[in-house]
Design a binder for this molecule. Structure first.
Ligand SMILES: Cc1cc2nc3c(=O)[nH]c(=O)nc-3n(C[C@H](O)[C@H](O)[C@H](O)COP(=O)(O)OP(=O)(O)OC[C@H]3O[C@@H](n4cnc5c(N)ncnc54)[C@H](O)[C@@H]3O)c2cc1C
Length: 500
């Protein structure tokens, strides 16, 4: 066969597609604009401490669970070491001065929340059931895929998560608590579909882990496998145009001027950016306008903290804190009330560490806050930008201190990132965390297909199917399925698991 597939971007989606296609006999060549591959799997190291920038924790990774099967197929298990989070409280939610825990496993989850909401046990039980039903009804999440099945039950696509939660229980505090890990998908009330909330909750219910030493291990492992199957990965190779003839794409041109021809092309970059690479009548105006008009999820401001040695005990949970009683409303803030919420976690440098070397705390931030520095060069954006970052970091750390009093006095140093950082490092529009915002009131318009109007150009990544490690891997199966067949890939995954 030996068809040549050019993949633009080496994020999780580009690498996973590269792996699947190389395994199935395609000649794969991945072009990455950055020095480091991986997109949101990138890490950076300062003063000997490694920091994750995107992926922080994963779920459903115990033997037999869905991510374990995918990791097995992708040959990731030997290279990616994991440390389970506290099974009794993998996420801790702090709202209205109270704390609540999410535990793994059905009965533990229900009984843990029932301690705080004894009158609502049946509501919690019903909630758990619906969450499981959404995952079970989704053919690719439950290994029941057949060509004819739709990928998601329309009931879960057209219903909003916020509406669902307000119906599942009459207790307003429980509604808020159940919604509280929404920074994992930057949920918007009345818009974010139920399936996004449910699939993510189900994913972490089953088991929850941090990646020892950082999520770049996933990118390195996939890259190593792709190369061992004859594929190529080129860092520092930014694609500036996708060239087309009258009927299809023919080549890409790099920023360096080099032109590379291919039989097929897969874009792992934001769909709005993909359109920016295309100047061809093959893309109709109506398609261009629809995609360019889509809204993106909000971005974030992050403080990466190095702790003084052996001073801060390793915290084996994630903390979601809210200064407000309305968890859905944190994307709308003023200068005075920012941050309305934050997420805090420790980074895992070894499988059994007692003390944390580093942690991160992040809060939503709209791109408009940093828009005035757009286009300035990385590392040289000017004094006003540095002052802005420092003021925001101090504000966020002050809020963190109220929840985690031991942290503030034990900081050795810290670094920050803003929406501009994400814009420059991963190339997502407006530095958006999870790409295009899915909207249950416009389900068809806000879903981006793996196919484009150009027959040999496809898309992959967090804007196809869904974001996060599971959403992107499943999206990669859908995109690679255009070449190999989704059923074939699912069968390969099943076979490799049975034989492994
Ligand atoms: C702050 C944050 C926290 C997160 N936490 C978690 C988590 O805990 N668990 C989880 O499962 N998920 C998490 N996610 C989501 C997850 O990391 C992403 O959904 C996923 O990694 C995105 O993968 P992708 O394939 O879309 O590619 P991306 O990561 O978007 O990568 C795209 C790649 O394309 C490259 N590129 C862009 N333009 C060009 C060009 N012109 N030429 C060549 N290359 C180009 C970029 O440099 C980049 O490497 C988090 C994301 C963020 C931002």
């Amino acid at each position: 066969m030996d068809k040549h597939v050019i993949i633009i971007g080496s994020g999780l989606g580009g690498l996973t597609c590269g792996y699947i296609l190389a395994k199935n006999g395609y000649r794969v060549c991945i072009m990455e604009k950055n020095t480091q591959i991986g997109g949101c799997l990138q890490t950076f190291t300062r003063h000997g401490i490694k920091y994750e920038t995107g992926m922080h924790y994963i779920g459903s990774i115990e033997e037999g669970q869905i991510l374990h099967r995918f990791f097995h197929y992708l040959s990731l298990l030997p290279d990616v070491k994991l440390r389970p989070l506290n099974t009794k409280a993998y996420d801790i939610v702090s709202i209205a001065g109270q704390r609540f825990s999410f535990a793994n496993e059905k009965e533990d989850f229900i009984q843990t929340l029932a301690q705080d909401f004894p009158q609502e046990v049946e509501d919690i039980r019903r909630y758990y059931k619906v969450i499981g039903d959404v995952a079970n009804d989704s053919p690719l999440y439950s290994f029941r895929y057949k060509d004819s099945l739709t990928l998601l039950n329309p009931l879960y696509v057209k219903r909003s998560a916020s509406e669902f939660l307000s119906e599942i229980t009459a207790n307003p505090l429980l509604q808020q608590v159940l919604a509280a890990n929404l920074p994992l998908y930057a949920g918007v009330p009345c818009k974010t579909p139920l399936y996004i909330h449910a699939l993510i909750r189900d994913f972490y219910h089953k088991s929850t882990c941090r990646i020892v030493g950082g999520s770049d291990a996933i990118a390195r492992s996939l890259a190593c496998s792709i190369r061992s199957m004859g594929g190529e990965i080129h860092p520092r190779a930014e694609v500036s145009t996708i060239n087309c003839n009258d009927v299809q794409a023919t080549s890409v041109t790099l920023k360096s001027g080099e032109e590379i021809s291919g039989d097929y092309f897969i874009s792992n970059i934001h769909p709005q950016r993909t359109l920016g690479l295309l100047c061809t009548p093959l893309i109709r105006k109506s398609y261009r306008e629809r995609i360019m008009g889509l809204k993106n999820t909000i971005s974030s401001f992050t403080v990466y903290i190095q702790f003084k040695k052996d001073r801060v005990l390793y915290f084996n949970s994630n903390l979601y804190h809210y200064n407000t009683n309305d968890v859905w409303n944190c994307t709308h803030y003023t200068e005075a009330d920012w941050p309305k919420n934050f997420m805090y976690m420790h980074l895992c440098s070894s499988a059994n560490q007692q003390y944390a070397d580093a942690g991160i705390v992040f809060a939503y931030m709209d791109f408009r806050d940093v828009a005035r520095w757009k286009g300035t060069p990385v590392g040289r954006r000017g004094e006003a930008y540095e002052t802005f970052k420092q003021q925001k970091a101090e504000r966020l750390l002050d809020e963190l201190k109220k929840q985690m009093p031991d942290v503030r006095d034990n900081i050795e140093r810290y670094y920050t990132s803003t929406p501009l950082t994400y814009l420059d490092y991963t190339g997502t529009e407006d530095g958006s965390m999870y790409g295009i915002l899915r909207d249950c009131t416009e389900p068809m318009q806000t879903v981006v297909s793996q196919r484009t109007k150009i027959s040999n150009l496809f898309q992959v990544g967090q804007n196809i199917n869904s974001h996060g490690i599971l959403g992107v891997i499943i999206g990669s199966i859908i995109t690679s399925g255009e070449f190999v067949g989704v059923n074939t890939i699912m069968q390969q995954i099943k076979n490799s698991y049975c034989n492994g």
